[in-house]
Design a protein around this ligand. Structure first.
Ligand SMILES: O=P(O)(O)O[C@H]1O[C@H](CO)[C@@H](O)[C@H]1O
Ligand SMILES: O=c1cc[nH]c(=O)[nH]1
Length: 235
């Protein structure tokens, strides 16, 4: 067991899907996995291991924000040997042509967090996803007829941002959407030389004010979940 995960060694698969919401982890385990077993209930941050089409996979909730997600990602890699870590999250669109329920592939992440900047004073260290996972996810998604959007996202420390003008400006500079964990995932997977990918479904639109409900967020992002499960099955 690690500090925040009570699984025994070997109970977590090399491929782990990472929703922020632990109830989304439960929903995915119950809906998509066979023989799913819950391996973690510490702090209610549920984690499950099962099989998807014969491939062993785990689903671990990470909580909201980079400090929380970093704890789980660090322990999954260093205490449990995770090799493929795929975030499956929600985000708010900050471009007019990105729409509610679109599935985004985060190629890279900008961030307002000091977490990474503090590791390299005076440098901007780029947060990028693993090319192989990005390519596989893109091919699987487009093969299913999804119009996946690939590009930059913003990982913010602040949900209720007062920097609306800067967020809009990032949108005008090609950033598709805002969420709160991808930069940390890409930093840690790069640092520890494992593979990281972030897939995001647009749950609300910052420019138009459109929103999905919490229930829809929990249950209706199946396109993204299937792309993630099939991507790690090939990795
Ligand atoms: O739906 P999840 O994966 O939690 O992701 C998004 O939702 C939360 C904010 O509501 C943040 O964690 C943000 O990144
Ligand atoms: O972090 C997030 C997630 C969804 N929508 C937002 O506006 N921000």
């Amino acid at each position: 067991m690690s500090v925040h995960i009570e699984a025994a060694t070997g109970e977590i698969a090399e491929s782990v899907l990472l929703p922020g919401d632990p109830l989304r982890a439960k929903y995915i385990a119950e809906t998509f996995l066979e023989n799913a077993v819950c391996y973690n209930n510490v702090r209610g941050m549920l984690g499950f291991t099962g099989t998807y089409k014969g491939n062993r996979v785990s689903i671990q909730g990470t909580g909201m924000g980079m400090p929380s997600a970093s704890i789980y990602i660090h322990e999954l890699i260093n205490d449990y040997g995770a090799k493929n870590l795929v975030r499956i999250g929600t985000c708010g669109a900050i471009q007019q042509d990105v729409h509610l329920r679109d599935v985004l592939v985060a190629q890279a992440a900008a961030t307002d967090s000091a977490m990474i900047r503090n590791q390299f004073p005076g440098f901007d260290f780029p947060q990028i996803g693993n090319f192989e996972l990005i390519k596989t996810a893109y091919e699987i998604g487009t093969g299913k007829g999804l119009e996946l959007r690939v590009g930059n996202v913003l990982s913010s420390d602040v949900f209720y941002s007062e920097n609306k003008e800067i967020v809009s400006k990032l949108g005008r500079h090609g950033v598709m959407a805002v969420e709160m964990e991808t930069a940390a995932l890409y930093y840690l997977t790069t640092k520890f030389n494992v593979k990281g990918l972030s897939l995001l479904t647009v749950s609300d639109h910052i420019l138009t004010g459109e929103q999905t409900t919490a229930h829809e967020r929990q249950t209706t992002f199946n396109d993204m979940i299937e792309v993630a499960l099939e991507t790690v099955a090939k990795s």
